[in-house]
Design a protein around this ligand. Structure first.
Ligand SMILES: Nc1ncnc2c1ncn2[C@@H]1O[C@H](COP(=O)(O)OP(=O)(O)O)[C@@H](O)[C@H]1O
Ligand SMILES: [Mg+2]
Length: 250
């Protein structure tokens, strides 16, 4: 099986000479189709920077990223926008729903922009709103929704184009623990049943324990890789141990 995403020797520096901040210092990783990977690490360790660089949102200082075998940084701008619109989905911490649209239109937006047939849009919106438990809220505007509902809406919007990879940056970061667990259970279901590949940044051990593999980032490098066995509880305990050994308190 070929990796769906491969990063090779990624480095990222910010700032000018003399004040250079080396945030990523040679990161290589492979994500296989259907994997659910979590990226963890202390605050400021470069998690968001890494996610941005592997998800087309930013460019590394050096190194390469291949998605489905395609070299991201050799694509033209035009190819890149099409790729972004069709092949990848994003879930952010702060939802990014449009206030002037109801939930249904927010979820359908990526397909509406692509001029997909209305029947198809309706069917996909219905399917995803059921998976994410939003079927009773479709006519509501974002200000009428809870944080958890907004974040599930953002997940539905990210998934509606059937992307090859979902990228999520701290998707539970703004949620209370119950809504956070609910979102993670649904992402886990999508990964298991629909075989969606998910790459998620989180500093929360419980959220990470829903993944199939966790990468720990420290000082710009991947320090550990931990695979989940059968038990989520044991996985969670190991994640907490590694976090503690890395000096991050919970
Ligand atoms: N656009 C930027 N310009 C300059 N420095 C940045 C920028 N983005 C992030 N950094 C720095 O890079 C480091 C890692 O940041 P980030 O990737 O956001 O960490 P994390 O998501 O793990 O908390 C921090 O020291 C941060 O200040
Ligand atoms: Mg971050």
């Amino acid at each position: 099986m070929k990796p769906v995403l491969e990063a090779v020797s990624l480095s990222k520096d910010y700032g000018k000479r003399g004040f250079r901040n080396h945030v990523l210092k040679g990161i290589s990783l492979k994500i296989m189709p259907g994997e659910f990977a979590a990226i963890m690490g202390p605050s400021g360790s470069g998690k968001t920077t890494l996610l941005n660089v592997i998800s087309t949102a930013d460019k590394p200082t050096s190194g390469q990223v291949f998605i489905d075998g395609k070299d991201l940084f050799s694509m033209s701008n035009r190819e890149m926008s099409a790729f972004r619109a069709n092949r990848i989905g994003f879930i952010f911490q702060d939802y990014n729903l449009l206030d002037t649209m109801n939930l249904e239109d927010n979820i359908a937006l990526p397909l509406s922009l692509q001029k997909t047939r209305p029947k198809m849009i309706e069917a996909k919106t219905k399917e995803l709103s059921q998976i994410l438990g939003l079927q009773d809220h479709l006519k509501k505007y974002p200000y009428e929704l809870s944080g958890g509902q907004k974040q599930r809406g953002a997940a539905a919007r990210a998934l509606i184009t059937d992307p090859m990879i979902i990228f999520a940056d701290e998707p539970t970061g703004a949620l209370d623990s119950k809504s956070g667990r609910d979102l993670m259970q649904r992402l886990e279901w999508l990964n298991k049943e629909k075989k969606n590949t998910i790459i998620m940044v989180t500093h929360d051990a419980l959220s990470a324990s829903y993944a199939s593999v966790v990468y720990f980032l420290e000082d710009g490098k991947i320090r550990f890789r931990l695979d989940r066995g059968d038990s989520q509880k044991e996985f969670y305990d190991k994640i907490v141990q590694i976090q503690a050994s890395m000096g991050e308190s919970l």
